[in-house]
Design a protein around this ligand. Sequence first.
Ligand SMILES: *[C@@H]1O[C@H](CO)[C@@H](O)[C@H](O)[C@H]1NC(C)=O
Ligand SMILES: *[C@@H]1O[C@H](CO)[C@@H](O)[C@H](O)[C@H]1NC(C)=O
Length: 473
Amino acid sequence: MATATTRLRCLLLLFLVQLLLLLSAAAGARWQDFLRLPSEGGDAAAGTRWAVLIAGSNGYYNYRHQADVCHAYQIMKKGGLKDENIIVFMYDDIASSPDNPRPGVIINHPSGGDVYAGVPKDYTGEDVTVNNFLAVLLGNRSAVSGGSGKVVASGPGDHVFVYYSDHGGPGVLGMPSGDYLYAKDLVGALERKHDAGGYRSLVFYLEACESGSIFEGLLPEGINVYATTAANAEESSWGTYCPGDDQGPPPEFDTCLGDLYSVAWMEDSDVHNLRTESLKQQYEVVKDRTSAHGTYSLGSHVMQYGDQSLNGQSLYQFIGTDPANDNATFGRDNSLRRRSSGTVNQRDADLVYFWQKYKKSAEGTPEKAEARKRLLQVMSRRSRVDSSMELIGSLLFGSDEGPKVLGAVRPAGQPLADDWDCLKAMVHAYEAQCGPLKQYGMKHMRSFANICNAGVGEDAMAKVASQACAAAR
Ligand SMILES: *[C@@H]1O[C@H](CO)[C@@H](O)[C@H](O)[C@H]1NC(C)=O
Ligand SMILES: *[C@@H]1O[C@H](CO)[C@@H](O)[C@H](O)[C@H]1NC(C)=O
């Protein structure tokens, strides 16, 4: 039986080879043009597909970022990417968190299944850092510390997809350990990757508050990078499937399950034959959902940056397609016009968690007292950061001008700062006096950039920060 099948296969193969030889002779082409190894991806233009997926936060109240990234992994995997070409960064403190009502499981939709199973743990815990992320992106194995050592070892014919889900602020993205990722360094790495012949084209999907500021005025055209962001340069992005929403999580979850822009691109990718859907078509679907169908109430402006000429490329080139969706062709009217679910401004999503904890614990218990304490701590920490920045503005520019200088927004197309080393130095000067900005404090990055743009030096900053924070202590 087995031999018969084998013989049949051999005959078929022989027939195919003859046919190919005939065809190539006719067209004057080489057999290599016809015969491709399966590992080469199946269509001539594809090269190898690589993906870098990163959640830049930790903590159960940030459940959604790691849930997003796990979900993205499942899409890549079903799309046909191989584990050796998918690199995942996640702190990995969610599935086994004592707060997780479903131990060992992560979901990204109120009625969704587990997205955690099978996710490779390339870079977890303290290995989720700016240095490792950039080294992985650049394919520089010797610059990586810890983790699996997997890097994007891509070549000039390859396609690279990067997805980042996190908190951010003007010009920065968060990391659970170490320094922030500054826009200038990220864009610089993309340019270097391009110059080194590291890809044919690269798509970057970015979920974070003020995520437009990462590329605005910084990402050049002509390096075959196409980026979309959850928000423009000056607004927050939105968490979704949050407690209290009309489409909230199961009641035992005290945290948001996803982010609006992120679930918009992923739930669209989950159900379509991605050979038939272009980057531009997905952008339109995601923009519609993320803007709450164009109302922008509880929603944000999805933006496009870089080489718009890539708009027409199919998603398949970058993230493959799930064979189960082969008949689900993308079309305008079959696209997911899902009801807008409730959302929470990303920056307030941790408050929702602490509030839920407080609300749910029984009156008079130590849990209630503890939850109340944590909520108040978070709120007072926020107001301390805000008032220290306000005071710094007044000390530097006077109480009338201070708020205007710090709050100034540059016209679209201009980067946040001219001198990014100055921005970093300002942030360090502040943090040395006042403590870390952390995920909430990142919202003040524009103020630091404006202080630099106004020509204030590092020493002057250190001096007023010390005054301002001594007053706040
Ligand atoms: C890789 O990283 C190492 C260590 O940071 C650095 O010395 C080296 O120049 C990098 N290689 C490339 C090709 O950028
Ligand atoms: C697609 O449709 C064809 C024809 O109806 C069918 O044979 C095939 O099984 C379908 N494929 C999937 C993945 O549903």
